[in-house]
Write a protein that binds this ligand. Structure first.
Ligand code: HEM
Ligand SMILES: *[C@@H]1O[C@H](CO)[C@@H](O)[C@H](O)[C@H]1NC(C)=O
Ligand SMILES: *[C@@H]1O[C@H](CO)[C@@H](O)[C@H](O)[C@H]1NC(C)=O
Length: 501
């Protein structure tokens, strides 16, 4: 037997009395118990359920959606409940609730452990969201030639396939390189967007944040500061980014002091757009650098995972290549690769959206932290402190909305659009109670117009320049990290250069 000193036993006792017993009593009495549970629901058994949810939350949420459609259910997490709502009425209600009831920022503060992963500035004044929503989106059309140019240059370098043999490439890693360059061509321009260390930093930073946040969430809050240092170090990342961005940002700040925003040579890029929105105390090299990192965090892996699924789907359904190429030939007459042309590519948009629907949907989306006890219109009382989300994947597989939901129908959405003869419904960027890939309400993804245009331009480039084939005959399988959908990140695809007609 170990000789545990009485002091340790006293501490254990104190912990039980101060921490565990009161939370047990609160848990037993809580109105949350009236919301049905998927998985074990006893106060202690639910810890097992929380562990189970780490690898099977997709199935648990699917089960809840089918049993309690139009209502509310919950699945256990380590330190709280994840409440899930389903059906169009609750979606609408959910979307309209104000931030002081259902908070996006407090939810991301928790799910991304922002204190430890991004630092305080980004968390407290998220002005970069407005920067993306308005100036970035508005400038997509006039910056589109740059985006095109970077797509061509990065494919030439990272997918150097020949006409007469198949080249095997690791799909996800290759796409990450292309997306990080293309996105940063818009954000920070040449030559930095091609700098290998800057690219590596942005790719690695996202992975580090996700990993650290996921691990930290599994610990009780009071232990997190100790463990945070093991998994992430904000300052090391920011300082590395400042080595690349510092001189450029300093020059911009200095020019602006001299010339104001009237400067005729002011570059039309993310740094200028951020400066248009940054409040006085935040116009520093350090803070602006954290914004560039944060926007890369939001943009790079989301877009790369989406595009990886799309290429896996294109390779598994080769019959779509020709009709998509025909559409491209009709719309892109000559060199007319404009953003306007992108909006005319209905079939391409539909193929992308179908891939997101069937392959790319997360099990949960629009996660919010409940800030005060609320009663939903189905009568469920959700107490403060829990998470609440929409069951996104289950919704996208609901046959009430999508007939033959498990079938990949690449032109599902363009057929719907043609049938209704309307202009803008059923697009990949359209939000609604039937389409939640980009969230909904006030915090819906402000980068979705850029993301979808970038993905369209990349897919068009692939279709026109390469043939793509599965390696091994089977579509690489998706894995799940809790409710997060992850395309196989190591599988290869085969590329061959198309003969120019
Ligand atoms: C296909 C790629 C992308 C997907 C699937 C995606 C998805 C999402 C989702 C689901 C949300 C949360 C919405 C909610 O909870 O209601 C979100 C938020 C956000 N996204 Fe995206 N996103 C993508 C690309 C991008 C890009 C390229 C950018 C930047 C240029 C971006 C910037 C943001 C930001 C800043 C937020 C936070 C919004 C806020 O604070 O209100 N995203 N995104
Ligand atoms: C954000 O998360 C941290 C740590 O988990 C917590 O201490 C803090 O109260 C949260 N909210 C705000 C507004 O910082
Ligand atoms: C991804 O695909 C590769 C190659 O097909 C396979 O060896 C690997 O086990 C897969 N990984 C996952 C996580 O499924």
């Amino acid at each position: 037997m170990l000789d545990l000193s009485p002091t340790i036993w006293a501490l254990v006792g104190l912990f039980l009395v101060v921490y565990c017993i009161p939370s047990y009593i609160r848990a037993v009495r809580s109105p949350i118990n009236r919301i049905p549970t998927i998985g074990p629901s006893g106060v202690f058994a639910s810890y097992y359920g929380a562990l189970k949810a780490l690898w099977s939350s997709n199935e648990m949420i699917q089960e809840g959606y089918e049993k309690y459609y139009g209502g509310t259910f919950k699945i256990p997490m380590m330190d709280r409940w994840s409440v899930v709502v389903s059906g169009p009425e609750l979606y609408d209600e959910f979307r309209r609730r104000p931030d002081d009831e259902l908070s996006f920022h407090e939810a991301t503060n928790e799910t991304l452990q922002m204190e430890f992963t991004f630092g305080k500035g980004v968390k407290e004044v998220p002005y970069h969201t407005g920067t993306i929503r308005t100036p970035l989106t508005r400038n997509l059309a006039n910056r589109f030639p740059d985006i095109q140019d970077e797509i061509a240059a990065s494919f030439a370098e990272h997918v150097p396939a020949k006409e007469d043999e198949w080249l095997s490439l690791p799909t996800y890693d290759t796409i990450l390189q292309i997306v990080v360059r293309t996105s940063n061509r818009l954000f920070v321009g040449l030559p930095l967007c091609r700098n290998p260390d800057f690219g590596k930093l942005n790719i690695g930073y996202t992975r580090e944040v996700f990993k650290a946040a996921f691990i930290l969430q599994q610990f009780p809050a009071f232990l997190r500061p100790f463990f945070a240092k093991l998994f992430t170090n904000i300052d090391t990342n920011v300082n590395r980014a400042i080595r690349h961005l510092g001189p450029m940002i300093e020059e911009r700040l200095a020019r602006e002091k001299q010339l104001g925003s009237e400067d005729p040579e002011r570059p039309n890029d993310l740094i200028s757009w951020l400066l248009d929105y940054a409040t006085p105390g935040l116009r520093t090299v350090y803070d602006l650098t954290t914004r560039v990192l944060t926007i890369n965090f939001a943009a790079i892996h989301t877009t790369s995972m989406t595009f990886t699924h799309i290429l896996y789907d294109l390779a598994s359904h080769p019959e779509y290549a020709e009709p998509l190429r025909q559409e491209l030939a009709t719309v892109l007459v000559g060199d007319d690769w404009s953003k306007v042309a992108m909006t005319k590519l209905r079939k391409l948009d539909s193929f992308i959206k179908e891939s997101q629907r069937l392959s790319g949907s997360n099990a949960l989306i629009m996660t919010r932290l409940v800030m005060k006890d609320i009663t939903l219109s189905d009568g469920s009382v959700v107490p403060k402190g829990n998470f609440i989300s929409i069951a996104s994947r289950a919704l996208h597989l609901d046959e009430r909305i999508y007939p033959d939901p498990n079938e990949f129908q690449g032109f599902r959405f363009s057929d719907m659009r043609d049938g209704e003869g309307e202009g803008t419904k059923h697009q990949a960027v359209t939000l609604g109670s039937d389409w939640t890939t980009f969230g909904g309400g006030r915090h819906a993804c402000p980068g979705r117009f850029f993301a979808v245009n970038e993905v369209k331009a990349m897919l068009a480039y692939v279709l026109l320049n390469y043939d793509v084939k599965l390696k091994g005959g089977e579509r690489p399988k998706t894995t799940w990290l809790g409710p997060i959908n992850i395309p196989n990140q190591t599988a290869h695809l085969l590329f061959r250069k198309r003969k120019q007609q």
